[in-house]
Design a protein around this ligand. Structure first.
Ligand SMILES: [Zn+2]
Length: 255
């Protein structure tokens, strides 16, 4: 891609893309409409790869270190090495609770989430939270912990009731390609409730490909399909949505 091709494109921030999980070579087209991006780790080795990749790719990139709720069972083995990475990382996570797939026990997931919350607070770094079939428990843990650093609810899927409750906690809501799906009516209503200064966009690459491209692996540049859907839902133009979400994303990173 040369400069003139990307010139004039509306830019977006992809706040959640697991580029380190992609095996093929990345191309300039994957980032043609990207202002900057965040690569979240899901365990120790993928966090290290996120770090390495962030200095290699030719675009402004941030990275995070964390242990995904699916892998919370590895916490005892990974704790010490993750703490070292937390000090270097731009953000903490991906962590959180997933009581849908339950690949680690609830107890391990809660211990893991708390571990990340503690370091997010201590180091004053934003925390990336995965929350699936665990709205109540995630909400209670956030209230109880009283986190003082920014919280990002990644790939938010909650309905209006939970969205309103979490709004009161001052969290950021990151919306993925799920919002483009026919079945996502509740989420589409929720998006209209989110305060504009708490709205973020993401792809969750290589997962959750937006509906027009479903069946392919997701890529950062596909974020525009998610953005188009949200701009229609909110009845604001894409340029305005781009400016708002870039500003929110920068507020998170550069505090
Ligand atoms: Zn993720």
């Amino acid at each position: 891609m040369n400069k003139s091709e990307s010139f004039g494109k509306i830019k977006w921030v992809d706040t959640h893309c697991h580029l380190q999980l992609i095996e093929e070579e990345l191309s300039g087209n994957d980032f043609e409409n990207i202002e900057f991006l965040i690569i979240p780790g899901v365990d120790y080795s993928s966090s290290v790869r996120a770090h390495n990749l962030s200095s290699k790719i030719n675009i402004e990139t941030y990275w995070s270190a964390g242990l995904h709720p699916h892998d919370a069972k590895k916490i005892e083995n990974e704790k010490e090495s993750l703490i070292e990475l937390f000090h270097q990382a731009d953000l903490i996570g991906e962590t959180g609770l997933d009581f849908y797939r339950n690949l680690s026990s609830h107890e391990q997931q809660c211990e893991n989430f708390l571990f990340h919350l503690e370091f997010s607070k201590k180091l004053n770094k934003p925390i990336i939270v995965h929350c699936r079939d665990s709205f109540q428990e995630t909400y209670e843990m956030l209230v109880e912990f009283n986190n003082t650093s920014p919280v990002i609810l990644h790939s938010w899927t909650g309905g209006r009731k939970w969205t309103k409750k979490f709004i009161d906690l001052g969290v950021y809501f990151s919306i993925s390609g799920i919002v483009t799906y026919e079945t996502a009516k509740d989420l589409q209503l929720s998006v209209k409730e989110i305060p504009l200064n708490r709205l973020l966009l993401e792809t969750d690459t290589p997962y959750l490909t937006p509906s027009p491209l479903k069946g392919k692996d997701n890529r950062p540049n596909y974020i525009e399909h998610t953005a188009q859907k949200i701009s229609k839902l909110l009845n604001i133009n894409e340029k305005e949505l781009s400016e708002i979400t870039i500003k929110n994303s920068r507020n998170l990173i550069k505090r």
